[in-house]
Design a protein. Structure first.
Length: 253
């Protein structure tokens, strides 16, 4: 079993995390803020995993993450937050996050995310990759214990709708699903209208990334694959609008 450090400013969350993980055999220590967390973390020797809250007084989780990774480039860190955004996800990925865990979460989701993080590759094998020209916020880590994989071939329907297929793997158990993401024609037109473009930058990779972003956000919100392994993107949500704006900014559009 693993030795895990929990860094969270809410005492009830710290206690819940500790009890849930000790119950399955892990050794758990806690810290009430980023400064105490870094003191306990030290050089990183002997720690298998850090569970790190993002919003804390004094020193936010992202800053703690960067310092942890400076001290130990192979550290595994799961970020816990109720306030996930594209910008936060992108920054955390580049800093070497292993997984995102969305508050509130069940004990089962927690244990799945911990199992996925402990069983995955060290963060040092995923950081320092060059940024994609199409920013895809969740392409380097798992989300609530689930890992996405893209299958080749975006298809376009006769009506202009977009379809793509992804694998979704419960990283703790290895169970895998194939999930189809469908963007109806009217939503594709809403995307173009929001961007004020006739064609989106990057072409097929843009739509593939948008479908992946929508599926990742579904996993973020629900901690489970969509019913029937099909996700229909039936609206241009604020999260997708923000992501499109990030793409346009990155590509100079």
């Amino acid at each position: 079993m693993a030795r895990i450090l929990v860094v969270d400013d809410e005492s009830n969350i710290r206690m819940m995390l500790k009890l849930a993980l000790v119950h399955v055999g892990h050794e758990v220590e806690t810290a009430s803020d980023g400064y105490e967390g870094l003191e306990r973390f030290g050089s990183g020797a002997g720690w298998d995993l850090v569970l790190l809250d993002q919003r804390m007084p004094g020193m936010e989780g992202l800053d703690v993450l960067r310092e942890i990774r400076r001290r130990d480039p192979a550290a595994r860190v799961v970020m816990i937050t109720a306030f996930g955004t594209v910008d936060l996800a992108t920054e955390a990925m580049r800093a070497g996050i292993t997984d995102f865990l969305r508050k509130p979460f069940t004990v089962e989701t927690l244990r799945a995310a911990v199992g996925a993080a402990l069983g995955g590759q060290p963060a040092s094998q995923t950081v320092d990759q060059p940024p994609s020209p199409i920013p895809y916020a969740f392409d380097l880590a798992t989300v609530n214990g689930y890992r996405l994989g893209s299958l080749p071939g975006v298809s376009t329907g006769k009506d202009g709708g977009i379809n793509d297929v992804f694998t979704v793997t419960a990283a703790a158990t290895g169970q895998t699903w194939q999930c189809r993401v469908s963007v109806p024609c009217y939503v594709a037109e809403l995307v173009k209208a929001h961007a004020d473009l006739d064609e989106m930058p990057g072409g097929e990779p843009f739509w593939q990334a948008l479908c992946g972003e929508a599926l990742a956000n579904y996993l973020w919100q629900n901690a489970a694959p969509p019913p029937g392994d099909t996700l229909i993107v039936d609206d241009l949500t604020s999260g997708l609008r923000h992501w499109i704006d990030a793409v346009l900014s990155a590509t100079g559009k």
